[in-house]
Each structure stands twice: as structure tokens, then as C-alpha cells.
Design a protein around this ligand. Sequence first.
Ligand SMILES: [Fe+2]
Ligand SMILES: [Fe+2]
Length: 295
Amino acid sequence: MRVAHLTDLHVMRPPSVGELTVKRMLGSANLYVMGRASHFTEAAQRAAVAAVERLAPDALLCSGDLTAQALPAEFEAAAELLTPLFSRQPTALIPGNHDVYTPETFLERRIEERFGAWTGKGDWPRLHLLGDGVACVALDVCRAQWILSSGTIDEGQLDGLDTLLGDDRLRGRFVFVMLHYPLRNRRGEPYGPATRNLENAAALEALLLKHARRIGAIVHGHEHHGFRAALVGDGVEIPILNPGAAGYAYLPKKGRTAHLCVYTVEDGALRGVDRLRFDGEAFVPEPGGAWASGG
Ligand SMILES: [Fe+2]
Ligand SMILES: [Fe+2]
């Protein structure tokens, strides 16, 4: 079974004057005055979608940041781009911090208005059974913050995860645990800084290690230059996989482009990881293998 993984497409549209909260004013200055908007392009976003369509995977994981500022126009454009793709195969989607950018978008769960068929509804964590042999345990650790972009996982979700990872429906399946934030950095150290990390990642890691033998891989986004790490415990090692942003502009002089991953799962084990990179026109296999070229 082949499972594709897209993250951090960051579909962006400028806000109208009425939509300019203070946070969006600062965010828009960063995007549209300081030039961060040019870090993401429609060419890369459309090529990523075309690549997954061509790959025709058995399932799709999408680990958040569909939008830049959680604006209605951004969700509309993201829905236009992604609805046909998400409908093709079983798909599991979680919000990223940019999809819950302001208190209203967080409280309204705006992402679920357009994408509820793939986020699911109700309490987190959420279980997605993706075909016969694979499951995704989806976490939501994002929150709307004044300026910072750190996340948190509350006690209720930790308790729910503890229960869910013991659930009989996971038996015999390869289990992806999907969250938006990294647990580890590219050197295998706890991910930081505190302004943009998962503040209580240690509590989540301890719980994941308790259930390590039930978990096949941890997948995430948020850090736009992809990398592979591992969560290492007593005699166990869980791969942690981040393709890198799928909407990143093709800027070869800056060593930056868009990526996506395809995981091959057979007999309950991860048999292969392929990473594709955007060459300015299409997504092609990364030379040398997954993450061989760095971020
Ligand atoms: Fe992002
Ligand atoms: Fe993010």
C-alpha cells in the first residue's frame, strides 16, 4: 500500500481591510511587504496536486497549514485546489497553526467547514482507517496565539490518545501518528525554539514511547525544510518523517523547493520512503533518495 504525504501548502490570498486583525496586519506585512508570500507559489501547489494524482496512492495524509492566515478566500481557494484530490482516496487531514490563525478561526473550526470530510469531527485524537492495513491517529495540537506560533496538547487529548493507541481497531495495522508540529529537530534533539514548537512535546513523546510497538511512524509538517528523525526509547525507534513544504517556491539558488513523500507499507512494516521534489515544472524523485539533498 502506498501512502502519500503532503504538508504546508500555504495557499494565500491578501486579506480585505475588514479582515485585518492586528495579527493579520503583522502577518500580511511579513507576507506581502517583506516578501514572504513569494516563498510559496501556486505553481508548486498545483504541481504537488498533479504529482499525487499521477501517483494514485492508496491513501493520503495531509499535516496542515493549507492556508497562510485562515482567511475565507484562502480556504475557498484551497478547497478548489484540494477537494478533487482529497476525494480520490481515503484522506486524513489535520489543521496547522496557520489554519487556526485567529481566535475566531480557531473557535469556529473554519477548516472543518470546507474539509470536514477529511478532518473528521468531534474530539481529538481522531482515528482514520485507511484501507485494510493502515490507520492514522490524527492529533490537533494547534491553537490561536497572539503573536507566537507554538502549540500544545492538553490532558484530555493525551488521555484520549492513551486509550486510542490501545484500541483493537489498530491491531494488525501500520499506524501513522500525525501531528502538525515536529517533536525532534533534524539533529534528533527536542525541537525548538519555544516560540514555535509544541510546548509539552516531552509529555507526548513519553506517551508515544509507552505505545511504541503499536506505532509505525510519526509524520508532521510545520518546519518547511524537510528532514527525517527518530523517537528513540528503550529498545525501540519510531521514524519521524517530514517531507517539507509542498507549496514552497522553486528557488534553487537559495536551496529551497517544494517536496512531498510517498511511504510504501507492506505486511505492517514501512518498506520504503520516496521523496519527490519540485524542479520548477513537476515533482520528480529526489536524486540519491529521500532527504539525500538535505532540506
Ligand atoms: Fe507551515
Ligand atoms: Fe505551521
